[in-house]
Design a protein around this ligand. Structure first.
Ligand code: SAM
Ligand code: SF4
Length: 502
């Protein structure tokens, strides 16, 4: 059951004018502008929305003024992400006034969270679609274009019915793939589950992305096979808690470790990554699969969020620092050389200097490859917002954020130094940002790629190497990037020896 709402009161005058203009544009190619904020799930959702609209004859354009349809795929994990979208909507208000036939849509997490409130705040919006309803977009756009008025299509809220009904209202959206929409056609995200049932007290994701549901392994396998046929070499499996993956098949549970074995067998796929891991679900079977499967990346993103047990309890993360530490040691004991990364929230409700110092100590001790650090942003509708006061002043949050970042960066830089002089297999993604900014100067191009452990490598190469896995020797390293040169194979003189008979 879908929570389908229609706005019954579109302005007649505006709709009339808009419809005439829309009928003219619909005879031509339809032009789409899409902007995406947020996580990898959102990037994947945008890729899929664009693929389905391309199928309907849309072409992508670079700016809103060139478009007939302007879509914002949104995030609501932090207030800042929402503010960005409301500012963008503000910027196109005049454009909509001058061209009422343009259709403006808000998709994704903010659409599910704010629903009709988006239209109250930004009446220029014609379409609001939650992340569980993205498959409806082509139909909804057609209906708006033919005068059907505004559309709001969202899933059920987590408290509004049986689990089964709520699950059904969030559909995993995994139809066509479009390599042209990906930063690199050789890499792709593949959703293996949707939603989350962990309900960390700070987090809006379980409300806006719905209950945790794992996709059937055979659907995932066939999608990965299709990606391999299209030339994709690396897949990153996505889930909010990806290592909680569980799907019942032939009366037995298929877990992430089993899925990795099945995907590993697909020809053409050379690398498999997966994000994001939940510390409590890091099983030995999964770590052994990572160790034993050569295509599987030993890169593990396992956010700890805080180094203080008091704060972890308030966050309802479901583990203690000691349990996290035990899991962390198990990772390194089972998968030597694994690259472990984390997320941290600083300034969560009630976080004292002493709590923060414990987080600092954990960062120093763990030596993560990298950490993403966020200032706590209160999210209306979460238990955190209901139960606790957001009492850490912003200036303190900022200071803690900078301090932790500085410590982490120093560790990352230090730990990258021993990599200098070593060679790594790098999957070449494309020209580096610097190279893209420069006019073409010749056949040599600065390229960017990643090691199996997800380290970014920049080196000089040629266009022909894009999409290949090649050896690169590291010459220099900073906290986030390794700089190297291609390893050219030495061709020995024996190749040229003429076999002259005595
Ligand atoms: N599912 C993942 C997990 O459990 O780690 C993370 C999903 S969330 C989109 C990504 C990160 O955003 C989290 O790990 C957390 O550090 C951060 N985050 C989530 N809610 C937040 C909030 N209200 N304020 C600040 N950061 C937040
Ligand atoms: Fe949010 Fe926690 Fe679920 Fe991650 S595990 S998505 S942080 S509720």
């Amino acid at each position: 059951m879908k929570n389908v709402e229609q706005d019954k009161k579109p302005s007649r005058k505006r709709t009339g004018t808009a419809n005439q203009a829309r009928q003219v544009t619909s005879a031509m190619t339809k032009r789409l502008y899409i902007e995406t904020v947020g996580c990898q799930m959102n990037m994947l959702d945008s890729e899929l929305v664009v693929a389905s609209l391309r199928h309907e004859g849309y072409e992508l354009v670079a700016t809103p003024d060139l478009a007939d349809t302007i879509l914002y795929n949104t995030c609501s994990v932090r207030q800042h992400a929402e503010d960005k979208i409301y500012s963008a909507l503000g910027r196109i208000k005049d454009l909509k006034r001058q061209h009422p036939e343009k259709i403006i849509g808000v998709l994704g997490c903010m659409a599910q969270k704010d629903q009709r409130r988006i239209i109250k705040r930004a009446p220029q919006v014609d379409l609001v679609v939650g992340p569980g309803q993205l498959h409806q977009i082509p139909r909804l756009l057609n209906e708006i274009a033919s005068g059907g008025g505004r559309k709001i299509e969202v899933s059920l809220s987590r408290l509004s019915g049986s689990r089964e009904k709520i699950e059904q209202s969030f559909e995993s959206y995994d139809p066509l793939r479009d390599p042209r929409m990906r930063p690199s056609p050789y890499q792709a995200f593949v959703r293996i589950m949707i939603g989350c049932d962990k309900f960390c007290t700070y987090c809006i994701v379980p409300s806006v992305r719905g209950p945790e549901q794992s996709r059937a392994p055979r659907h995932i396998e066939s999608e990965v096979r299709q990606l391999a046929d299209e030339g994709c070499r690396e897949v990153t499996l996505l889930g909010q808690t990806v290592n909680s993956y569980r799907h019942r098949e032939n009366s037995r549970d298929v877990r992430l470790a089993d899925l990795l074995y099945r995907l590993h067998a697909i020809e053409g796929i050379d690398r498999i990554k997966f994000v994001t891991n939940y510390p409590r679900d890091m099983s030995d079977e999964l770590l052994e699969a990572v160790r034993d499967l050569p295509k599987c990346s030993p890169y593990l993103h396992v956010p700890v969020q805080s180094g203080s047990n008091r704060i972890l309890r308030r966050m309802k993360r479901g583990y203690t620092v000691e349990e996290y530490r035990e899991m962390y040691c198990r990772i390194h004991a089972t998968v030597p050389g694994a690259a472990v990364t984390s997320d941290f929230i600083v300034g969560f409700c009630g976080e004292t200097e002493s709590d923060f110092e414990q987080t600092v100590a954990l960062v120093r001790e763990s030596r993560f490859k990298n950490s993403f650090i966020f200032k706590y942003s209160t999210r209306p509708g979460t238990k955190g917002a209901e139960r606790f006061e957001d009492d850490v002043p912003d200036v303190v949050k900022r200071r803690r954020n900078n301090e932790l970042l500085e410590i982490q960066n120093a560790i990352s830089e230090e730990d990258n130094q021993p990599l200098v002089g070593r060679s790594f297999e790098v999957l070449v993604e494309g020209p580096s940002k610097t190279s893209l900014r420069q006019p073409e100067t010749g056949p040599v191009l600065q390229l960017v790629g990643r090691t199996l452990c997800d380290r970014i490598v920049v080196f000089d190469g040629t266009q022909r190497q894009i999409g290949r896995i090649i050896p690169v020797r590291i010459d220099e390293a900073n906290a986030h990037t390794l700089f190297g040169s291609m390893v050219t194979r030495h061709v020995g003189p024996e190749v040229y020896t003429l076999n002259v008979p005595d």
